[in-house]
Each structure stands twice: as structure tokens, then as C-alpha cells.
Design a protein around this ligand. Structure first.
Ligand SMILES: Cc1cc2nc3c(=O)[nH]c(=O)nc-3n(C[C@H](O)[C@H](O)[C@H](O)COP(=O)(O)OP(=O)(O)OC[C@H]3O[C@@H](n4cnc5c(N)ncnc54)[C@H](O)[C@@H]3O)c2cc1C
Length: 284
């Protein structure tokens, strides 16, 4: 892509530290949740789980794919189960790992991404055959016939360090909330990581929302403002993500031939619109 930065992994804990270090005068309440939120005339009434009621100028639902704020605001939205199981873990950074590296085989992918001088992140994904149920105990076994770098990682990893997830996709919503209740990140556009863009899009949502909040006096209709600003870019990522999902389900010889013939071109096309700088007030 030329102008974009390196592809790096980051621990959630480190991201939180970076965000927290840059916040001032914010009143935090951790370890709680809300049981209801409701759009009133010009504010949002929130009920906390301990029964306390409070009004806010704006509520941001950034609480992931199964967002309760989304449910309270827009009702039950179906989530599509794309894959039953994948796992992630952190390893000591292999000495010869210069950049992100993907190993792809028949119905299995193994991705290694540098995180720091000393650590790297691993994602292992498999597509189950129609008659197969993927089991955690034997999940990494099919990767033992990958090149030495991969089989050594699989042999050495402590199975207790693996983090398991299903892969889910939320249909893209027409409205990212309601008036002053705004949904961002996976709460509004959860998608499986075939494009590896979920967290990046979530961070972009936060940047754009922050920009809009600081440049407007009136926050009425903020959910619509964000929908307009963000939907097109997110829709692109979602559609390209679905194309990649189809690719993983093609017969192996078809997908590997396709990758060899048009892989690089498609890769550049996939990311080109996402590599464009966001238009924020301060960068205009
Ligand atoms: C296997 C896998 C691999 C991925 N790989 C990549 C990748 O390579 N690159 C990439 O960019 N993205 C990737 N993603 C996607 C990325 O993880 C998500 O898009 C990102 O975490 C979304 O951030 P979020 O803050 O919107 O939601 P989340 O990360 O889900 O955070 C939501 C937070 O809200 C909290 N919460 C939930 N409910 C409540 C409640 N009721 N009250 C209070 N708090 C609540 C949760 O505890 C959580 O801390 C991957 C996802 C998966 C599953």
C-alpha cells in the first residue's frame, strides 16, 4: 500500500493504558452496567444495575457484538454464526519474524503478527467440514503439517494460554443507534476477522464520533450523523470480508490458484479505500 503504517498487534491491556493516559477530568465508574437507557426529549435517561437513575447528554454503546445498549435501543438484531471456533494466543516473537505472516492451507489459516520486540500474536482458524465438530483439544493438530515455524509454535504453546472465540457477523444496521444513543465498534458492525479490520474500524468510529462531538454544540441526532459519516467505509470492509469468507470455503485448489493469480491485486483493492486518511475537522 506504500503509505500505510506497519501491521501490528496490541494487547487490550496496552491499548487501555494508552487511552487512559490521555484522558483528563473523566469520572469513571467501573465494574457496573446499565439495566435500561431511554431517549428522552433532549437527554438520555440511564438506569444502572444498582437502581440509580441518571441523565446524560449522550450515551455511547461500545459494548461489543452482543451489546445490551443496542438491544435496548434497536431490539433484537440477528447475529450470523460464521465459524464455531478459532483461537488466539501470544508467543515469544520468533527471531525470523519481520512482518505479519500468514500460512494458509486447506480449511485452515495460521497468522503471526509482531506485537513488540519480544512478543507476537497468533490467530489460528479452521473451517469445519459439514460432518465435523471442531474440538479444542485437537484444534491445533492439523497445523502440525505446516512449515516448521508453525508446527514448533503449536507444539510449544501452553494449551491453557489459548483464547477461544466463535466468529460472528452482525448485519450492518441502517441506524447506528437512536438520536443521542450512539453505537460504535462491534456493537454496530461486528464481523469475523477475515479482513482483520474490526478493532481498526472501532477505533475509527471513536475518532470520528469524538471529532463530531467537539465540533458541534448540539448533539441531537448524533446517531444519524455517525451513520452517515461511517456507514460507507464500514460497508466496504464488511462486503470484502464476506468475499474472503467465501474464498475460505472454496475447494483448496481453486482458492490457492486464485490467490496465486490475483491475490496481490485483490489484496491491494481490498484495502485501498481503508488506507485513505479519515477526514477529521483537525485534518481538513
Ligand atoms: C478471533 C478474532 C480475531 C480478530 N482479529 C482482529 C484483527 O486482527 N484486527 C482487527 O482490527 N480486529 C480483529 N478482531 C475484531 C476485534 O476484536 C473487534 O472488532 C474489536 O474488539 C471491537 O472492539 P469493541 O470495543 O467495539 O468491542 P469489544 O472489544 O467486544 O469490547 C466491548 C467491551 O464492552 C464490555 N461489555 C460488554 N457488555 C457490557 C455491559 N453490559 N456493560 C458493561 N460493559 C460491557 C466487554 O466486557 C468489553 O470489554 C478479531 C476478532 C476475533 C473474534
Amino acid at each position: 500500500m506504500g503509505k500505510s503504517g506497519p501491521c501490528l498487534g496490541i494487547l487490550r491491556r496496552d491499548l487501555h493504558d494508552i487511552l487512559l493516559d490521555n484522558l483528563e477530568n473523566i469520572d469513571f465508574r467501573l465494574g457496573t452496567t446499565i439495566s435500561n437507557c431511554q431517549q428522552d426529549a433532549d437527554c438520555v435517561s440511564v438506569k444502572f444495575e444498582d437502581g440509580e437513575l441518571e441523565s446524560f447528554q449522550l450515551v455511547i454503546g461500545a459494548n461489543g457484538p452482543h451489546s445490551s445498549v443496542r438491544k435496548m435501543t434497536l431490539g433484537d438484531i440477528p447475529i450470523r454464526r460464521v465459524g464455531d471456533l478459532c483461537c488466539r494466543f501470544v508467543i515469544p516473537r520468533p527471531r525470523n519474524l519481520d512482518d505479519w505472516t500468514l500460512y494458509a492451507g486447506k480449511q485452515k489459516q495460521f497468522l503471526i503478527v509482531p506485537m513488540s520486540e519480544t512478543e507476537a500474536y497468533v490467530y489460528a482458524g479452521r473451517q469445519a467440514k459439514a460432518t465435523e465438530t471442531l474440538a479444542k483439544e485437537s484444534f491445533l493438530e492439523p497445523f502440525m503439517d505446516f512449515p516448521d515455524q508453525v508446527s514448533a509454535i503449536c507444539a510449544e504453546v501452553n494449551k491453557n494460554d489459548l483464547i477461544w472465540s466463535p466468529l460472528d457477523e452482525l448485519q450492518l444496521l441502517e441506524r447506528w443507534g437512536n438520536n443521542r444513543i450512539v453505537l460504535i465498534g462491534d456493537a454496530v458492525h461486528a464481523m469475523p476477522p477475515f479482513m482483520a479490520q474490526g478493532a481498526s474500524l472501532a477505533l475509527e468510529d471513536a475518532l470520528v464520533l469524538g471529532d463530531e462531538l467537539s465540533s458541534r454544540d448540539n448533539w441531537d441526532g448524533m446517531a444519524n450523523v455517525l451513520t452517515k459519516k461511517r456507514r460507507e467505509r464500514v460497508l466496504w470492509a464488511l462486503e470484502r470480508n464476506r468475499r474472503r469468507e467465501k474464498l475460505t470455503n472454496l475447494p483448496y485448489w481453486v482458492s490457492s490458484l486464485g490467490l496465486r493469480l490475483v491475490g496481490q491485486k485483490t489484496w491491494i483493492e481490498d484495502y485501498a479505500p481503508l488506507a485513505k486518511r479519515l477526514e477529521l475537522t483537525e485534518t481538513k
